[in-house]
Design a protein around this ligand. Structure first.
Ligand code: CNA
Length: 261
């Protein structure tokens, strides 16, 4: 099922049905992607204003590859300076707050997020599984000394490539680069398998194994997404509802039937 935003009657039905499914659900799981945070002001990768378009370099994907980082970390840090400092200045969106409210009401089994911005946690969600890590800790790639966000950010802003104060090794934020193993994979998989309602939110579903998570669920699957999405890991026939909508627009409508936020 899909529809365009120009069809308000159908949209209302989606929101209403979604609210009903939320009321019935006991173990909701979310897989969120970068689209979850675009309304907060953090660009995604593959959306129309995403970093893959705005970075204006031949192979933007390579900036986030571990092989590139190991070869020349300054390539990542040229981009990373702005991204890493920006994420502390933005606030969670309505949709982040909506799912935090669902957790407060005992509805959530957990959120699997591909995002590294901690906006789910800042909105109040506690059961968050950062499958691609986060920027709140940075470590030395040589002696493994750990730096907190503020100390690391200060160094990132001052140095072309931030180096360890103990051993001079290169510092790397604890985010999962392309080519590195993801975090908490088996917990995420178990969570997905146990879901009775699974939301896929603002992700192009192109990065695996995160993109495989919805397929593990035997519950209903709701996709809320604007733009291109891959069906390689999540075939169309597995989706119970596809809302072709911006997240905040959609969940404000859902909330109007529930009054949770
Ligand atoms: P992606 O491939 O950039 O896909 C995001 C998708 O969301 C795109 O298809 C957009 O069209 C869509 N979208 C954008 N805004 C909205 C909106 N408001 N409502 C509905 N849909 C929207 O990002 P994925 O998360 O799929 O890719 C995984 C990467 C992106 C992960 O490794 C992340 O770490 C990485 N990333 C994270 C952040 C962050 O932490 N906020 C930002 C940029 C990239």
């Amino acid at each position: 099922m899909s529809h365009s935003p120009e069809q308000p009657a159908q949209t209302a039905t989606h929101a209403q049905t979604c609210a009903k499914w939320i009321e019935q659900a006991k173990r909701i799981v979310v897989l969120s992607g970068a689209g979850m945070s675009t309304n907060a002001g953090i660009p995604d990768f593959r959306g129309p204003k995403g970093l893959y378009k705005t970075l204006d370099i031949p192979n933007p994907h390579q900036v986030f590859e571990i092989e590139t980082f190991n070869r020349d970390p300054s390539i990542f840090y040229r981009f990373g300076k702005e991204f890493l400092t920006n994420i502390k200045k933005v606030d969670p969106t309505f949709s982040h707050r909506f799912f935090a409210a669902l957790e407060e009401r005992g509805k959530m089994a957990g959120i699997i997020t591909q995002n590294i911005d901690a906006l789910h946690q800042r909105a109040g969600s506690k059961k968050v599984f950062e499958i691609h890590g986060g920027v709140w800790e940075t470590h030395c790639t040589k002696c493994h000394r750990v730096y907190d966000y503020d100390t690391a950010t200060e160094k990132i802003l001052k140095e072309e490539v931030p180096l360890c104060i103990d051993c001079g090794g290169v510092l790397k934020p604890d985010v999962v680069f392309f080519g590195e193993p993801v975090k908490r994979l088996y917990e995420c998989q178990a969570l997905a398998q146990n879901a009775d309602l699974f939301f896929v939110l603002g992700t192009s579903l192109t990065v695996s194994p995160a993109a495989m998570m919805p397929g593990f669920s035997s519950g209903k699957i709701v996709v809320v997404h604007k733009g291109e999405i891959s069906h390689f890991y999540l075939p169309k026939e597995r989706i119970d509802m596809f809302a072709d909508e911006y997240l905040d627009t959609f969940f404000k409508k859902v909330n109007s039937h529930l009054d949770f936020v």
